[in-house]
Each structure stands twice: as structure tokens, then as C-alpha cells.
Design a protein around this ligand. Structure first.
Ligand code: ZN
Ligand code: ZN
Length: 313
């Protein structure tokens, strides 16, 4: 099923006239997931035509303001809609005090069934519908986690092979149950009428210095959303403040077998992000510098991204 990533903001610490604080609205396998709602995330959703009350999971990488100051507005909007489904909040456990403050910083009626997932170690956090959520600690100035969403692959029946073997309806269930079935052509096992589908992986890598966990997060991902605050010309600054350059993100992606790379979280010093895209494409051609109000869609069968502008421009 198609993965849809909507970019609502692409700035790092300081928003600019053209770039909001980061916020990323992901729809995949019937799930609606908001990543790192920076300041203004609610209004960015409205402009983009994305429903805030449809959000059921919010992932926060760390509690620097550009990754979480939009949370109060988002939660209060969902509460106002009286959403009955559970709302998952996933965040670094070490930032619990900041989460508590963000959820109680203004008066509002909160009928929500919020499920808390404080993260304090690497590995699987929870299941989100058919998706498996994993976390890996990143190297930043405050406790920070990157996230990896995995849609498990496995074996799928091949309709053509089933038909040519004369297996239909209840016979398919029998084959599944018994592990083999006798047909007029002889014995058929599941291996003979199925094909392998690999895992489909989306990774979100927020603020981090060069760190081997980035490889684990990116490994064989179909789509990676990664910070690239600086260009190589500011490599020393990137190192000092625990961030990546565009070329470093591209280098990691190519070494990790990534199919598509989208960069975000740009320093306000770059008026035009074309320079960032130019730098990363030299290392990794299937890479883009995201723009606010851009939608990237990925279909596993297709491999490449579809890119379109959304919202009122
Ligand atoms: Zn940041
Ligand atoms: Zn940060």
C-alpha cells in the first residue's frame, strides 16, 4: 500500500519566511502518524488540507522546541474533536517533564485516551496497526531517538500460479492449513505458488551527529527522511552542534542501501535549499531537499517517488 509523506516544515531552530519549523504527516497502511510537530504544525496541516483529528500516533524525537512546540495545539485540536480512538505518544523517556508541560500548558477539556510510550532503549517500541515501530538512540545534545517503521514482508500468493495449478477458493485455505495439496498435476506446496515480498521500511532520522545508529535506522529503507542542517562548507559547525551535513546524509544513505532520501531541518543561513539538494545529489542521486508543503508518495512496486505540491501556495 502506498506510503504518503507530507512535509509541513523544513527549518531547524529558526523558522524563515519560506520555511516553518519541521512537522511531517505520514499516512501508511491506514495509519496517520505525525512526526515531530514543531511550532505552527496545526496551521500547516490546515493549509495543506490534512485533518489533524485523523492523527492517531505522534512520534517525538527529542524535546528541542523545533520538534515539539506544536504538540499543544495538535493535542488540543484532537481533544476538541472528541476523538474516541487511543492516541499514541512516543517520545524519549528522559524528556517526560517536557511532555507533561506541553500537555498541560493551557486550559482545555481533554477527554482523550492517550497511550504513552516513553522510549529508553533501542529496539521495537510497539505495533501501529500492521506496522512495527523501532527506535534507535541518536547522538545529539539531549536524549534523542530516530524511528523506523517496518511493514513486514513475507510470502504472498501468486494469482497466476494458483490458477495454473488449478487451486481456487477453499483449496487455498486447505493448502495453507496442510502445507501441501494434491492436484491433477501432482503435489503442490506453498513455495510453488507464492513469491517473496521484502520488508518495506520508512526511517526518520532527526537531529544527530555522525553515529553508527544512523546506519541501523537507514538499513535497506525504501524511504528515509533525514536531517541535514548544514552543507559540507559548515562541517565544523555540524560537528560542534551534533548535526549532519547534506553530503554526510547522502553518504550514509548510499552505504545503507537506501532507495530514496529526503533531507530536511535546514539552517536559516540557506535562503535557497537548491544548494543542499545539489550537494547531496553528487553523493546520492535519488535524494531531494524537501520543501514545505510537498507530498512524497512511494509505492513498493514502483520504487521511485512521486512528488507534488499541496495546500494553498
Ligand atoms: Zn532540531
Ligand atoms: Zn535538536
Amino acid at each position: 500500500m502506498t506510503l504518503e509523506l507530507n512535509i509541513l516544515g523544513t527549518s531547524s531552530q529558526l523558522p524563515t519566511k519560506d520555511r516553518n519549523h519541521g512537522a511531517y504527516f505520514l499516512r501508511w497502511e491506514g495509519e496517520t502518524i505525525l512526526l515531530d510537530p514543531g511550532e505552527g504544525a496545526q496551521r500547516q496541516c490546515i493549509i495543506a488540507g490534512l485533518s489533524v483529528p485523523s492523527i492517531r500516533t505522534i512520534l517525538i524525537s527529542h524535546f528541542h522546541g523545533d520538534h515539539c512546540l506544536g504538540l499543544p495545539g495538535i493535542i488540543q485540536r484532537i481533544a476538541l474533536a472528541g476523538v474516541k480512538d487511543p492516541i499514541r505518544l512516543v517520545y524519549p523517556e528522559a524528556g517526560q517533564i517536557f511532555l507533561d508541560r506541553l500537555l498541560t500548558c493551557a486550559e482545555y477539556y481533554n477527554p482523550l485516551d492517550i497511550r504513552y510510550y516513553p522510549v529508553n532503549q533501542n529496539g521495537v517500541v510497539c505495533k501501529i496497526g500492521k506496522l512495527i515501530l523501532e527506535a534507535q538512540a541518536l547522538k545529539h545534545r539531549v536524549p534523542t531517538f530516530g524511528y523506523r517503521l517496518v511493514k513486514p514482508g513475507g510470502r504472498r500468493y501468486d494469482a497466476g500460479k494458483l490458477a495454473s495449478a488449478g487451486i481456487f477458493g477453499i483449496a487455498v485455505r486447505l493448502l495453507e492449513k496442510k502445507g501441501e495439496i494434491q492436484t491433477t498435476d501432482g503435489r503442490i506446496t506453498p513455495d510453488m505458488v507464492t513469491y517473496t515480498v521484502p520488508d518495506t521500511i520508512f526511517s526518520y532520522i532527526s537531529d544527530t551527529a555522525l553515529n553508527e545508529q544512523v546506519f541501523r535506522l537507514m538499513d535497506q529503507a525504501a524511504l528515509v527522511l533525514c536531517e541535514a542542517t548544514f552543507l559540507e562548507s559548515e562541517r565544523d559547525l555540524a560537528h560542534t552542534y551534533d548535526h549532519l551535513t547534506a553530503a554526510q546524509a547522502g553518504d550514509y544513505a548510499i552505504k545503507s542501501g537506501v532507495k530514496n532520501l529526503i533531507l530536511t531541518h535546514f539552517s536559516e543561513r540557506y535562503n535557497d535549499t537548491f544548494v543542499i539538494e545539489k550537494e547531496v545529489k553528487k553523493v546520492f542521486p535519488e535524494a531531494y531537499a524537501a520543501g514545505d508543503f510537498t507530498r512524497y508518495t512511494f509505492s513498493p512496486g514502483k520504487g521511485s517517488l512521486n512528488i507534488e505540491k499541496i495546500g494553498k501556495q
